[in-house]
Design a protein around this ligand. Structure first.
Ligand SMILES: Nc1ncnc2c1ncn2[C@@H]1O[C@H](COP(=O)(O)OP(=O)(O)O)[C@@H](O)[C@H]1O
Ligand SMILES: [Mg+2]
Length: 325
């Protein structure tokens, strides 16, 4: 277990500054997720923590030690990438133990640690298979096993689930959360997927254009977004956001309301809208409205409700849930 502290970390590639001064403390044992759109600097930040990329300025501490200039192998970290290059000619056992063999770890110890790791990841029955005899999720678990077996102080994950299909992704989210609960190790996890961030993180760091927009627990970010960017990025379907005249009329620069906080009624309401499109998902119904006073408005209604395209309905924002910035 180890705390990770970044102090005014910056990174430029040539003349372009891509990380613009990051201050951040990740507590020992925390599951911390870096989330943000593609190109915002998530991987660069993670790679600087790992030592694969050198920061232009600032310091990085792991477990109370300044590792700003330390080799990756001296930082006590293990990294899992999106593309998990397993050795195709080696068995699961040898793939997991590969790093230990390289480090000349005694054979009986390798065997013990590989088997412990396989136990944690439920790979025991698969130890003698080759990667091509495994499913996508099993391969990803082997890649994670290679990291666990080294007993790192900090795990670093860079979009490890992006190559998996939706069903497997949601299963792996649960597996990784359980793994974190079992190991109690500090984990830093990069994703562009706010659902992964919301479901897995103790602490979410929202990055945008190389700066931190907000740091907080999933519910902090959902209930009290600090900026319009965070308001729009966290939550699905997205918060309805309005600027310009609409927001001015509401007394702010940006006005927002989440789809689940819009009440739809046939009888009365603050806005009158026309139904443009309806998505019936079973458990709830997403209604896309056109509101003359506002523009497009998306509302989420519980259960399976029938709306006719073109139908007029009334919509009212829940007052205590409005976002004003
Ligand atoms: N080696 C590099 N040389 C030049 N530019 C880079 C390099 N690596 C990343 N970048 C740029 O830095 C920015 C952040 O990239 P990255 O950290 O990979 O973003 P993310 O992981 O959030 O998608 C992008 O604009 C990217 O093009
Ligand atoms: Mg990336």
């Amino acid at each position: 277990m180890a705390q990770v502290v970044l102090k005014n970390v910056k990174k430029s590639f040539g003349a372009v500054e891509v990380i613009k001064g990051v201050d951040l403390t990740i507590e020992s044992g925390e599951f911390c997720v870096f989330v943000g759109p593609s190109g915002c600097g998530k991987s660069t930040l993670l790679r600087m923590i790992s030592g694969l990329e050198e920061q232009t300025s600032g310091t990085i501490e792991i477990d109370g030690k300044d590792v700003s200039n330390a080799e990756p192998s001296k930082r006590g970290i293990a990294m899992v990438f999106q593309s998990y290059a397993l050795y195709p000619h080696l068995t699961v056992r040898d793939n997991i133990g590969f790093g230990l063999s390289l480090a000349r770890t005694p054979k009986p110890e390798i065997k013990r640690r590989v088997e412990e790791t396989a136990e944690i990841l439920q790979l025991g029955p698969l130890l003698d298979r080759k990667p091509k005899e495994l499913s996508g999720g099993q391969r990803q678990r082997v890649a994670i096993g290679r990291s666990i077996v080294r007993n790192p102080k900090v795990f670093l994950f860079d979009e490890p689930l992006s190559n998996l299909d939706a069903a497997l992704r949601s299963q792996m989210r649960i597996e990784l959360t359980d793994l974190h609960a079992n190991l109690g190790t500090t984990m830093i996890y990069v994703t562009h997927d706010q659902v992964e961030a919301m479901t897995m993180a103790d602490k979410i760091v929202v990055l945008n254009g190389g700066v931190i927009e907000q740091v907080g627990s999933p519910m902090d970010l959902y209930e009290r977004p600090a900026t319009p960017f965070v308001a729009g990025f966290i939550g699905s379907p997205k918060m309805n956001l309005y600027e310009g005249k609409v927001a001015e009329a509401m007394g702010c620069a940006t006005y927002g309301i989440r789809p689940e906080h819009v009440v739809i009624s046939d009888a009365e309401g603050q806005w009158t809208g026309r139904v443009r499109h309806v998505e019936r998902l079973g458990a709830d119904t997403i209604v896309h409205l056109e509101v003359p006073d506002l523009g497009p408005l998306v509302a989420r209604v519980e259960g399976s409700r029938t709306f006719e395209p073109g139908q007029q309905v009334k919509a009212t924002p829940m007052a205590e849930r409005e976002f004003r910035h």
